[in-house]
Design a protein around this ligand. Structure first.
Ligand SMILES: *Cc1c(COP(=O)(O)O)cnc(C)c1O
Length: 377
């Protein structure tokens, strides 16, 4: 699957002047991933979770691309993100705020045409008061806590909320939703427990459409789909489910430029703290990205980068702005100033680098720094 992914930069394999890294987003692959998820959840529909600037890839570009593919539902986490995204989309697209609203933001939210996800009775009441003040009916989504204890109406508020919904009638509930805590583990009993709780909620709030599955939930089967799936990571090519072949196409590629090369004898210390000492004559290359660019310090002495398919292990500690790699596996002179090495691409997936850094692909993706040149194809 990953071998079909290549960035055509013509004959250019080195960075242009002043650039030390390229973060490339394949918008066509993003579109195909959306299409694939759409086929799996049909007749349900697929929203796009574009919080945290579409996991670091650029919410506006991502949302526009997916809108062209038929996506009409876009979820961000924070009101500020929605304020930025809303004006870039036409009015037939809906923008939802997963974290709900802070008190006082209701009128501004309503005026901007942004739809809050209401996570508590209090948030519902404030939204209803805003509707009364504006003499309008305001749209909203209700999120319920089905067992994750993070966001959503808690069980003890459900009865009062149901009564308030009946009585006031000035909040138009577009659909109800909940979020899975363990969907990435197919065998986790928590999945079935949350599904059972979601069914109780659907019984108490009868007649509303349901949105339930995140990326991993899409692969748990029809029962988890509801009418609107909310994938994030799968759109961006990440593996949502542990231990199975990732069915999504890679979307992200990261290439970083060599900023210096050298040959050192055995017994030479490399990097901060002299944490690495060479055991033989070693060709070293220093590349121009470090932990300030989202390459975790946990990759020290653990991870690798690739050059034309050859693995170049990281030696010594990851610095703020650079990483030194052992390039001895390459012929003398293969790497020169400006050569680009692959950090994420056909030879190293997001999951590979996340595993080496003891984290998850989500954290790698959302941390990739602002200093790379971002390009789209
Ligand atoms: C982040 C988030 C998603 C998307 O999760 P992925 O695992 O990236 O698919 C969906 N729903 C909610 C409530 C979220 O917070």
């Amino acid at each position: 699957m990953s071998s079909t992914f290549s960035i055509d930069r013509g004959t250019v394999s080195t960075a242009v002047a002043g650039v030390t890294g390229y973060l490339t987003t394949d918008l066509a692959a993003l579109g195909r991933n959306y299409q694939k998820l759409t086929e799996i959840v049909a007749p349900g529909r697929v929203a796009a979770v574009v919080k945290a600037d579409a996991y670091g890839l650029g919410a506006e570009r991502v949302a526009k691309t997916l809108f062209e593919r038929g996506c009409r539902h876009f979820f961000v986490a924070q009101f500020g993100e929605a304020q930025k995204l809303r004006p870039t989309l036409t009015s037939n697209a809906q923008v939802f705020v997963l974290n709900g609203l802070q008190p006082g933001a209701e009128i501004e939210c309503a005026m901007a045409g942004i739809i809050p996800v209401l996570n508590s009775l209090e948030q519902y009441q404030r939204w209803s008061e805003a509707a009364a003040e504006l003499r309008r009916t305001l749209p909203a989504v209700l999120q319920f806590d089905s067992g994750m204890s993070r966001l959503g109406v808690p069980p003890q508020e459900r009865t009062e909320l149901a009564e308030a919904l009946d009585k006031r009638g000035n909040v138009e509930v577009l659909f109800i939703m909940s979020h899975l805590a363990s969907a990435d583990e197919v065998d986790a009993t928590q999945n079935a427990e949350q599904l059972a709780e979601m069914r109780r909620i659907a019984y108490e709030f009868a007649g509303f459409d349901i949105s339930f599955a995140n990326s991993a939930g899409v692969f748990l089967g029809d029962a988890y789909h509801g009418v609107l799936a909310r994938p994030g990571i799968a759109l961006y090519g990440g593996a949502s489910t542990a231990g199975v072949l990732n069915p999504m196409e890679p979307v992200v590629r990261l290439d970083v430029a060599v900023v210096q090369t050298r040959k050192v004898p055995a017994g030479t210390k490399v990097g901060y703290g002299g944490a690495h000492v060479t055991t033989r004559e070693t060709r070293l290359a220093t590349i121009g990205a470090g932990y300030a660019d989202g390459l975790p310090r946990a990759l020290s002495e653990r991870g690798a980068v690739y050059y034309k398919g050859t693995r170049l292990p990281i030696v010594g500690r990851v610095s703020m702005d650079s990483i030194t790699v052992d390039a001895s596996a390459l012929p003398d002179g293969a790497l020169t100033l400006g050569s680009l090495v692959e950090v994420i691409g056909p030879h190293q997936t997001l999951e590979d680098i996340a595993r080496d850094a003891d984290t998850i692909s989500y954290e790698i993706l959302t941390s990739l720094g602002r200093r790379y040149v971002r390009q789209y194809r």
